[in-house]
Every structure is written in C-alpha cells, then in structure tokens.
Unconditional design. Structure first.
Length: 690
C-alpha cells in the first residue's frame, strides 16, 4: 500500500495510468507496467512541496536512481522547461555508476522552471552490446542479425527523411542474404547507426518520475552581494542635527567607495510618540529623543509614509536614483508591527490582540517588554483584509522602485502569510529579493527559506572557533539546505555586538570581516559602527551597544584615520574581482595544525581560479602552522611548484606539495587571501614571481 506523501514506486506508460498493480481495480492487466524504476530524484525538497533555488545562468544538477530487472541497457532523459511551457527540453542522462544517472540544465530566465526524469529499456543498445560480445567471440548467427533488422525497421517507422531511409537500408542489409556476415556485423556495429537510432528511441513503455519538481529562479544579487546597513537619521554632517534622506544620499558615495552592492536602511517611516523609548532603551524618552525606527506609525502616517524629519517621498525617490548611479541597490526594511499611535490602531482595532482588561497586547520577549510596539494579530477574524493591506504596503514600495527588502522578525508571523505574499510579489516582480531577519530555531529558519525568502540571516555572529565555523558552514553549504537556504553572513547588526568584537580590538574586526566576506557569497556590516571598530557594550555580558543608534542620533566621524574603510574596500574589491568568492557551493575547509588558524578554499567550476583564505582567530597573538591542501581536487601538480599570491598583504610565495607554511600576526593583518597560480614552468617564471 502506498504511504501518503511518498512517490509511487513503479511508474507506468507516460500516456496511461500511474497506479501500481496492487492498487488497480481487481488487478487490471490491460496495461503492461514499465520495467524501469525511476526513484530518489534529487534535488527534491520535501517530496516536491518546495522548489530548489538557483539564480539566472546557474545549473541544476539532477540525479536519480534508474534501474530495471535483468541486464538490459537503459536510456533516459532529463526533462526541463519553464513552468507553463508546452514542450519539454530534453538532456540525455549519463550513467554515474551503481544505477545512479545524472544530467544538468541551466536556468536562463527569471520564470520558475520544472524538471523530471524519464527512462526506458533501450532494446537496440542492448542488442548491439550483445552482438559486440558475440562478434568478439566469433559466435554471431544469422538470426542475431534478423533481430537487429527488426529493431531497425521499427526505428525507421518512427522517423522520416534521411534518417528513416538510412535505418530502412540498414535493416535490409542485415536481413538480406546478399552481404557477407562480416559486412553485416560491420554495419550493425557502425557507431553512426547507433547515433541515428538513439535519436529515435522507442519510448512507448517509458517510466517517468511521478512528480514534476520546480526551480525558483532569482537574479544574481540573490546569491551574492555585500550589504551595508546605516541609519539615515545619523548621516547629518552637523553634530546634533537629525539627518535627512538628502544626507543619506550623500552618504551613499561613501558606501559605494567601500565596494558595497546593497545599502540597507532601517525603517524610514514616522515613529510613534506613545511609550517612545529613550536612550539605551530607557522606558521614558526625553523631549529630544527620536525613538526607535521600528516603532512604526504616528499622526503623520504609517508604513507608506516618510518620517517628516527625514524628508519627503520625492527625497526617497531621489535617494534611489542616486543609488542607481553608484551601482548600489537600496534595501528597505519591512517591519510589520505598529506603534500605539499608528493610524491602523484606530482604523482597524481588530488587527491587534486585546487583553482581558481591554488594552492592546504590546510586544515582549520576556523579561524584555517593548511598550512602544503593538504586534499585528495574524489570527484576527479580519485576517483577509489585514493580509491585503500588508501586501499593498509592499506594492507601494515596489512602485517607488524598491526591489530588495530586509524583513524584520518574519518568524513571528505565519508561514502561510509569507508564502502567499512572496509568491504574489514575485509573480509580478520576479526580480524582488527578500532577506529574512530570523535569528531563531533551525527548523523555523529553514521553513522560511523554503517558502520563498531569497536569503537568510543565520548563526554566524555566534560561531567563533575553528570547529564551530567549520561545522556550521559545512552544514549550510554541503547539506540539503544548500538547495534552498542562502546564508547572508552579518558580522554585526544594530542588535548584535558579538563578544569577539567587544574585546578583540581592530584585529577582531578585520578577521570577522574577512571570514564573513570570504565564507559567504553574501555578507553584511552595520556601519559606520563596524569600520570605526565600535565595540563597547551596554553592560558586561550584553550584546547591545552602549548608546545604541536604535534609540538616539549618532554622529559618526567616517573620515577618522584609524577607520577600517580602506581595508573593507580592499576586501570587497577582491570579492568582485574573483568569481570563486561569489558562490558557496565550492567551499572546502583544509587542515592546518594550529587551532587558532582556519583555512578554506573556493574555486570556479573549471578550477581556473582557486582562492585560499587563512584567518587567525586569535586577535592578540601571532600564530603559524602548516596548511594541507588536496592538490588533485584543486588542480595542482604534485611535482611542479605553484604560487600563492596574497591579495591582502601583496606577498607572493612559491609553494610546492600539499603542506605549506603560513604565519599570521594579527597586529599587522590577521588573514591571508591567496590567489593560487598553477604550473610555473621555467626559471624565468620563478625569478619573476619570487
């Protein structure tokens, strides 16, 4: 009996029933079952419930178990197309051994794609294989050739034109008595004959995997990019003045100079006045305290309004236009929550949860309480109206030209809402990107990725040791999650000042930057706090910043001479110039005999580029060790030397063999990013590179 949710084990003729024999009415024998079994198709997420993810131009490498009774030769194709297309494109399957078959296809548009696998017994290939063995043994009989003639005649009937004529002529040659046995065998084993027959296979009893699987296709920015978060209200060049969107537009030149791709802005909407938080999250705000941007809504408007102190909607459009001239994208914060004086509180009280005393429930994460924020009640009786209103918010900002959204705390809203919303948006705007800010339980993070989020925050801020980093990044890039969850590694956020940055000083900031930027195809920084090495916590044991920008204006001296801005720019330039760093799927860790040194590589598919990164995890002491590299996997020769060019420090080192020495002093630079150049051949080469 078939278990609900499991694929049917035995597939039938493509055109007719798909029911296994035991489940057919009274064991109906009118339809002969296919002999081939197609199962364990991958990649497949939750029995096909969710799509795998790719960006335009990427391949989907498909594998399936394909087998049948007996020793017959099998053949098959990978079927793939854009969803909605009438015809399938076909790519022949290749055997990978032990009944595993595979093929690949590329996705070249932003439309969703679908794929499946079909396979059949190849009677002609089976006959030809056996004839070849008999010929080698000298035991070919005339009847063997008559069998082949019948197969060729049937193949001729399936086609037209020159191929049909060639197959018919070959059938006559094999069945006639005019040609010698040797000539008949030679013709039967002619590779050109096999090629023609393979173009017209008998697929009348083919087996097809019982499901069509889907691919969600994004633009390349969903896979790779460097993000930079900053608060527009802190961009004023004058100390104490509230910054504006015009000030933020000027700040974009600074962001672009560091080589970032995405400038992410916290909410730009009016901020509530009721229960507004003061400095350092004080319960009462002073008269000049601006409040938290995440307490959205006031008399001036809600989620589609601009905070009056920041400027106007025209100023926001001008900011977007300025970003485009700098090859930057603006990511806008989607925070679906309201301040107590948000217009929706009066207009739609049913959208919020009311307590027995009649008050509206405020946000809390016990023992913390956020009196300045009302969560939205997604279980409201008016949920349909609520969902449509939230979709209209997103549609409003799409109409302004925003295509990237960072979503605040999506794990506190229903999965079904996000699946509906993201699907709705991407059906009209397939270039839209959604980043899930969900530092939550692993299964919840994975579910959010499956239902449509393009990228995901993750546990990188709390992974510090070599073992922690190796295990976690291997899980993200080698496990099943790699097919649907794209990590965005943030070194810090306004909410998270990792302990390593509180006590490690400048070297800690440098090493965490290199780790984030080279381990992840996408990464982010909250600045200017990061490049100015802001590391003072609110209190010991806390990850909150002292004088957090979430609750007050900050004036950042971005031109300070000790800023890391030039180091950040150098790392981002290396990322842009080296495609191997713009992907996650080739990440591999390598042994190094010092627990405070971590080494890993990324490559291009053809190994024309190999980037090896070595990072010192101790910000206080010099460390050295021997790195072991898998030479063959990296395309390196066991005999010839190769060059390791340090893209950070500029040094060029001549290495040979699998073990080579590295040494890092965090007081100088706590990392190497090596570009490996292979196969130096002459003394002149050696002289130049040394």
């Amino acid at each position: 009996m078939q278990v609900k949710g499991e694929p049917t084990r035995y597939a039938w003729c493509v055109e007719i029933g798909k029911m296994p024999m035991a489940m057919r009415p009274e064991g109906d024998l009118r339809l002969r079952p296919a002999r081939v079994v197609v199962e364990r198709l991958s990649p497949e997420i939750d029995c096909g419930r969710f799509p795998v993810k790719r960006v335009m131009g990427e391949k989907v490498e498909v594998r399936a178990d394909v087998h049948a009774d007996g020793q017959d030769v099998l053949a098959g194709v990978l079927l793939h197309r854009e969803v909605g297309a009438q015809q399938w494109d076909e790519t022949p399957l290749s055997t990978l051994g032990n009944d595993v078959w595979g093929a690949a296809f590329s996705v070249e548009s932003l439309r969703p794609h679908e794929y499946t696998v079909e396979a059949w017994v190849d009677e002609f290939a089976t006959w030809r294989r056996d004839l070849e063995k008999k010929s080698a043994a000298g035991v070919v009989a005339r009847v063997d050739l008559l069998v082949g003639a019948a197969l060729l005649e049937a193949a001729s009937a399936r086609t037209t034109g020159d191929d049909a004529a060639m197959l018919a002529a070959s059938a006559r040659l094999l069945s006639g008595a005019e040609a010698s046995l040797a000539d008949q065998i030679e013709r039967a084993l002619d590779p050109s004959l096999e090629r023609v027959v393979s173009r017209w296979p008998d697929r009348g009893n083919a087996a097809r995997y019982p499901r069509k699987l889907t691919v969600a296709v994004d633009r390349v920015r969903a896979r790779t990019g460097a993000w930079y978060e900053f608060f527009p209200r802190s961009c004023s060049p004058e100390v104490g003045r509230h910054g504006t969107l015009k000030d933020a537009a000027s700040r974009l030149e600074y962001v672009a100079s560091m080589g970032f791709d995405v400038a992410y802005l916290p909410p730009v909407h009016p901020i509530g006045r009721i229960h507004r938080k003061g400095r350092n999250n004080a319960e009462e705000a002073g008269p000049d305290d601006p409040g938290s941007p995440w307490a959205i809504g006031a008399a001036e408007g809600g989620h589609t309004a601009i905070h009056p102190a920041l400027g106007t909607l025209d100023d926001f459009r001008a900011l977007l236009a300025k970003a485009r001239t700098l090859n930057l994208e603006i990511a806008l914060d989607l925070a679906f929550q309201c301040s107590p004086d948000h217009p929706w509180v009066k207009e739609h009280p049913s959208w919020f949860r009311h307590l027995p005393d009649g008050s509206i429930k405020t946000a809390e994460n016990p023992p913390k309480k956020y009196e300045d924020i009302y969560p939205i009640d997604f279980e409201s009786k008016d949920w349909r109206e609520l969902w449509m209103a939230l979709a209209e918010v997103v549609q409003f900002w799409l109409a302004q030209g925003v295509r990237v959204f960072r979503v605040d705390n999506p794990h506190t809203k229903p999965y079904g809402f996000w699946e509906w919303l993201i699907s709705r948006v991407r059906s009209e705007h397939p270039d839209a990107i959604f980043l899930a800010e969900a530092f939550t339980r692993p299964r919840v993070m994975r579910e959010l990725a499956k239902i449509g989020f393009s990228q995901s925050y993750n546990y990188f801020p709390w992974r510090n040791t070599k073992q922690e980093l190796t295990d976690y990044l291997t899980e993200l890039t080698r496990g099943e999650a790699r097919e649907y969850l794209r990590p965005n590694l943030w070194a810090n956020t306004p909410d998270i000042l990792p302990e390593s940055l509180q006590y490690g000083g400048r070297p800690a900031f440098q090493s965490r930057l290199v780790l984030a930027a080279t381990l992840g195809a996408s990464y982010g920084l909250y600045g200017p706090a990061f490049e100015l090495c802001e590391g003072t916590a609110l209190r010991p044991g806390s990850e909150e910043y002292l004088d957090s920008e979430k609750y007050q204006l900050r004036h950042w001296p971005i031109e300070r001479p000790d800023s890391l801005r030039h180091f950040v720019a150098q790392v981002n330039r290396i990322r842009r110039e080296h495609p191997a760093l713009q992907r996650n799927d080739t990440l591999a860790f390598h042994a190094v005999d010092d627990e405070k040194l971590i080494a890993y590589s990324k490559t291009t598919d053809d190994l024309t580029e190999v980037i090896l990164t070595v990072v010192c995890l101790d910000p206080h002491h010099r460390h050295s060790g021997w790195v072991e590299l898998p030479l063959e996997e990296l395309g390196l020769d066991r005999v010839r030397p190769y060059q390791a060019h340090d893209l950070l420090g500029g040094g060029r080192y001549l290495w040979s063999g699998s073990r080579n020495y590295v040494e890092l002093d965090p007081a100088v630079i706590p990392a190497h990013i090596f570009a490996i150049r292979r196969h130096l051949r002459t003394e002149r080469d050696f002289d130049y590179y040394l």
